[in-house]
Design a binder for this molecule. Structure first.
Ligand code: FMN
Length: 279
């Protein structure tokens, strides 16, 4: 299996060789010294590194974003499983980015509806907008969360709530989502179902999920690897799952009525729908 730098190694690299990062936080030059490894690019570097991006050379890069919500970060059981999914993604042409939500400041949605009036605007100034933009840039999104009382963690739910505009405008259309969950019991179907629900309600298709009991992770590594391969295949082939598209389409029809009804308040979302020719 071809190896590539894993996030802990990436962060180690930043911490130990920050002088090699230029003003934009890029370290491409330094990485060219590491033969055979994909290219490392840092896009945000204000005080703390909240994400690191790994890019391999190739004409067409698949962009995959991993959002991991365990407070244990690199040592997280869920993240260990997610890393196996990453191994399964073909390394050719992949642009991979990992965000640990523990490093991010994500406040609760205040339901002010400003993001519906002005797309991607939010009156709360924290790290959420950056993450949402990264989700929009990605073709594949891996949502990795420990099971907290049969749900995603509060941090991941807070992020979902802050992405309400994605639901109104189906902003994950054409994107593929995969879920990764670990728990004490190994009973994670409800959490995976919720991640799938989130994907669909935002317009994204669900490539699948993998979950495990923390004490039996190794039994699921093969399945996780296969999920990575599948996600890469779905993205490459722009796979259409008719039964999923039916659900997504029904959600879109529902929102079409609401967007028309709220036309005067949610001006930019209405305009988004008009520009897409969906009205
Ligand atoms: C607040 C909290 C709630 C939890 N709820 C459940 C649960 O409902 N079912 C379960 O099987 N495990 C539950 N667990 C255990 C974690 O899901 C489990 O230890 C998981 O593997 C931790 O993943 P991590 O190492 O990636 O953080 C809970 C743990 C915490 C801290």
């Amino acid at each position: 299996m071809p190896g590539f730098l894993i996030p802990s190694e990436i962060l180690h690299f930043v911490q130990n060789r920050p002088e090699e990062l230029n003003d934009e936080g890029r370290s491409e030059e330094s990485l060219q010294k590491i033969r055979g490894l994909p290219c490392l690019v840092f896009k945000e570097r204000k005080g703390e590194v909240i994400s690191a991006c790994l890019e391999s050379k190739g004409a067409r890069k698949m962009r995959v974003l991993v959002i991991s919500s365990s407070p244990h970060k690199e040592k997280s059981k869920t993240f260990l499983l997610a890393k196996e999914v990453l191994q399964g993604l073909s390394e050719q042409g992949i642009s991979l980015e990992v965000i640990h939500l523990l490093d991010c400041n994500i406040n609760f949605c205040r339901h002010c509806e400003e993001c519906h009036k002005k797309i991607l605007y939010c009156s709360i100034k924290d790290n959420t907008s950056i993450i949402l933009k990264k989700m929009l840039e990605a073709e594949g999104i891996i949502l990795a969360t420990p099971n907290y009382i049969n749900q995603v963690t509060a941090s991941m739910k807070a992020l979902f709530d802050r992405s309400a505009h994605f639901i109104h405008c189906k902003r994950l259309l054409g994107k593929y989502v995969a879920g990764v969950v670990s728990s004490g019991s190994g009973q994670n179907q409800e959490v995976l179902d919720y991640i799938q629900y989130y994907a669909h309600t935002c317009g994204g298709q669900y490539s699948g999920g993998v979950s495990a009991a923390a004490h039996a992770l190794k039994d699921k590594l093969e399945e996780a690897y296969r999920l990575g391969e599948k996600l890469a295949g779905d993205i490459k082939e722009k796979k259409v799952f008719p039964e999923q598209m039916e659900i997504i389409q029904a959600g879109k029809e529902h929102f079409k009525r609401i967007i028309q009804l709220r036309k005067d308040e949610w001006q930019e979302e209405y305009q988004y729908w008009a520009n897409k020719g969906w009205l």
